[in-house]
Each structure stands twice: as structure tokens, then as C-alpha cells.
Write a protein that binds this ligand. Structure first.
Ligand code: GLV
Ligand code: MN
Ligand code: MN
Length: 415
């Protein structure tokens, strides 16, 4: 490392950051360089244990709260609210190695570099990883950070059931992360999260850093459609109560709503299960999810309403019963103007091109935004690919993002 004359010259050790990313990716590794660390699985526990070990090696005080969030502290010169960073260690089942991991490990690299350089900060620094950010095994997403910041109810979340029929509170105990620290008591001085973009914009425009202005609203619904099984060859079309057909029609309508509305409206049917799922049997049941997102709350509500009207109409016309369960609902979030400007100024002063942009994905930072000045730093994702084992961000791009994180944290820690 070159000699550091001023704090502004301090840079992260990217070799160490990349080695940690590679080592964490060995936990829950799956074919194609990806990871499967579904929340509170054995693989998530392994990833958590490794990150906790690194936190302790860095001399940090590690606390685990009642929803399993892990927050590690480095003392400041004064006992005041900390500058906080962090993200998540859990992944979707087909996850890449950067989603979440980058934000946590870059936070640890900031601490490691300050330790190496013997730098003390006025404010304490905190690096956290939050339970079940993905929402892939338990809903909703951003669960740990939501409970941490008081937006979601602890007991309700502890009782939530996974896609494999397990209770969250019991899974927390099983993996040893049912901590004792209370939730919804903690206010950060500010929160800043580094994350891969998970979309194509930065790469397509050849920009190094995204200064994230906010996160779009998220609406997740699970539909259960109950029809009647019958013989595929003998049942005339007009006498069917076909749960499979209804699920397919809802999927097509969700897509049509998004394309009709345009703008930032997106719609995804990521899961459909049919029962009994056989070639010559009309399905008697379908279980499916719809994910709707928009940057604008009113437009998100109109997408929800349009879909609800369609669901009601097809329920009547096909003679099936449809019940629904809300899995997640978060309004769009705007980040703090001064924090976004600080990200932008820091990126520019370090010589990186920078663009203000919204986030299409949900992030832990959005749960901090109502309570503390919050922003995010994005780095490019190759081909815009994420939630896929092929997710990739090149080492110099990771380095740029981590150096912006370091300098933003140093700036806020002296304020
Ligand atoms: C969470 O990562 C989401 O945006 O689905
Ligand atoms: Mn993420
Ligand atoms: Mn994700």
C-alpha cells in the first residue's frame, strides 16, 4: 500500500476485498460460480459464521439481535450515533456472489483499512448484515432491516413460514442466530450501502458509479387458485374449472399491464406450482406469485387494481376460487438529497464518472431511509445480470465502489 499522507488519500486494499468475496462465495457455492444461501439455511449459517469471524478478527464488537441481524461496531473517539453500512449475506437459490456480499465485505474492508492505517474516527462505525433481505425463502424481503428500523413487527416476522414449511423463529434458533439484542432501538447517524446495480444502465452508458436516488415500490401477492381436476381428454372446454389455465391467464395479464403502462412499471410471475401437475389431468390447484414494481406509488396502485379486477373476472368466468395473500408491500423510497450529493461528489473527486439513478431492486438501505439520512452506491453489473449465477462485476469496478464507500464513511464519521 502506498504511504498515506491525508485521510483523503486512503484507499481500500482491493486484493483483500476480492479474496473475501471469493471465500464467502465458497459457502453455498453452486455450479457456475454462483451461490445458494437461502435465508437461515445451513449455507446462510456458514456464510454468517465466516463474516462474524472476520468482524471479530478486525476487533469489532459483534451483536446479534432477535431477528438475527448482525451488527459489528468499531468505536469512535466520541460515544455518538454511528455511521453505518451493510447489506445481506443471504441469496436467492440461483444467486450471484456479489448481491449483498459486496456491501457487507466492502464495509469490513473499510474497517480493515482504517485499522491498518491507525485511523480513528470521531463517530463509531457499524457494519451490518440483515436477515432475509432476499425474501426468497421467507416473505417479505428486507425483513431484518425492516424489523431493525421498526417498519415490520418482530413477532409477526418470527412467525412467518418459509416456502419449505419452516417457521422463521425456529430456523433462527436452529442456526444459532436468535440473538438477544432488542430491535427498533437503534438510529444510525446515517446509512450508506454499496451494491451491484443488478441492471444494465451503468454498463451501457460506461459509467463507473451510480449515486442511487431511491428505490421503487414493491408489491408481492401469492394467489391460490382452486379448480376441479378432471380428465384432459373427456372434459369439454366449456365445462372446465381449470386452475392451470387461470394461473396462465393471470401471468399473461400481469405482463400486459406492465407493457401497457410503460414507464418504470414491471411485472413478474416468478413461481407457479400446479397440482397434480400431470400431462392428462386438468389442474385442481395452482399456487403462483406476482411481483409488481413502480417508482410511483399511484401508478403501482393502479397496476394492483387492474390486476385485482382481472383476477375477480376470471374467477367468476372459469368457476374457480381464488384466495390471495400479500407477501410484501413497500412504497417507493427517496434517499436523502445531501447523502446522494455526497456520493456523487465523492465519486467525481476520486475521478470516477457518476450518474444519479433509481434502484429497480429492493435493498436494506430503503428500510433505514425513513429514520436516518441514507443513500446507496451502485457499481456496474456485467450484461445487467443478477439473481443468476452469471452475475459479475470486474475487480476495478468493485474497487471504485469500495473507495467511494470508504471516503463517504470517513466524511460522515467526522461530521
Ligand atoms: C430483493 O432483492 C428484490 O429486489 O427482490
Ligand atoms: Mn441485494
Ligand atoms: Mn437480491
Amino acid at each position: 500500500m502506498p504511504e498515506v499522507k491525508t485521510i483523503a488519500d486512503l484507499r481500500i486494499d482491493n486484493g483483500r476485498l476480492c479474496r473475501r468475496i471469493a471465500e464467502l462465495a465458497e459457502t453455498g457455492a453452486i455450479e457456475g460460480d454462483g451461490v445458494c444461501r437461502l435465508a437461515l439455511s445451513d449455507e446462510d449459517r456458514e456464510g454468517r459464521d465466516l463474516v462474524c469471524q472476520w468482524m471479530k478478527q478486525l476487533g469489532m464488537r459483534v451483536s446479534v439481535d432477535r431477528i438475527g441481524n448482525v451488527v459489528a461496531y468499531r468505536d469512535g473517539l466520541e460515544d455518538v450515533a454511528p455511521v453505518m453500512t451493510g447489506s445481506h449475506v443471504d441469496s436467492v437459490a440461483s444467486g450471484g456472489r456479489y448481491d449483498g456480499a459486496l456491501g457487507v465485505l466492502a464495509g469490513l474492508e473499510v474497517i480493515a483499512r482504517l485499522n491498518d492505517a491507525g485511523v480513528s474516527t470521531r463517530r463509531p462505525l457499524a457494519v451490518g448484515f440483515f436477515t432475509n433481505e432476499e425474501g426468497a425463502r421467507f416473505a417479505p424481503d428486507m425483513m431484518g432491516s425492516g424489523v431493525h428500523q421498526g417498519a415490520l413487527d418482530l413477532d409477526e416476522m418470527l412467525a412467518s413460514t418459509s416456502i419449505d414449511g419452516k417457521i422463521l423463529g425456529e430456523e433462527l434458533k436452529r442456526i444459532g442466530y436468535d440473538g438477544a439484542t432488542g430491535v427498533n432501538q437503534f438510529r444510525a447517524h446515517c446509512f450508506i450501502e454499496l451494491h451491484v446495480e443488478q441492471g444494465p444502465v451503468l454498463e451501457q452508458e460506461a459509467i463507473g458509479i451510480g449515486a442511487v436516488t431511491g428505490v421503487q415500490g414493491i408489491s408481492w401477492t401469492e394467489y391460490r387458485i382452486d379448480g376441479i381436476s378432471n380428465h384432459a381428454g373427456t372434459t369439454p372446454m366449456h365445462l372446465r374449472h381449470d386452475a392451470g389455465y387461470v394461473a396462465a391467464a393471470i401471468a399473461v395479464e400481469a405482463r400486459r399491464i406492465a407493457t401497457d403502462m410503460g414507464g418504470s412499471q414491471v411485472a413478474t410471475v416468478g413461481a407457479i406450482e400446479l397440482v397434480p401437475n400431470l400431462v392428462n389431468v386438468i389442474a385442481r390447484q395452482a399456487l403462483m406469485t406476482v411481483d409488481l414494481r413502480n417508482m410511483d406509488e399511484a401508478r403501482l396502485q393502479s397496476a394492483e387494481q387492474r390486476l385485482a379486477e382481472f383476477v375477480g373476472a376470471i374467477e367468476a368466468s372459469e368457476g374457480v376460487e381464488i384466495s390471495q395473500r400479500r407477501l410484501a408491500r413497500f412504497e417507493p423510497v427517496a434517499f436523502d438529497g445531501a447523502m446522494v450529493a455526497l456520493v456523487e461528489e465523492t465519486a467525481t473527486s476520486l475521478g470516477f464518472s457518476c450518474k444519479r439513478m433509481p434502484s429497480g431492486a429492493g435493498h436494506d438501505a430503503q428500510m433505514f431511509a425513513p429514520n436516518s439520512p441514507t443513500a446507496m452506491i451502485f457499481v456496474p453489473s456485467k450484461d445487467g445480470i443478477s439473481h443468476n449465477v452469471a452475475e459479475f462485476t470486474a475487480a476495478p469496478e468493485l474497487e471504485a465502489g469500495a473507495n467511494v464507500l470508504l471516503q463517504v464513511m470517513l466524511n460522515k464519521a467526522s461530521s
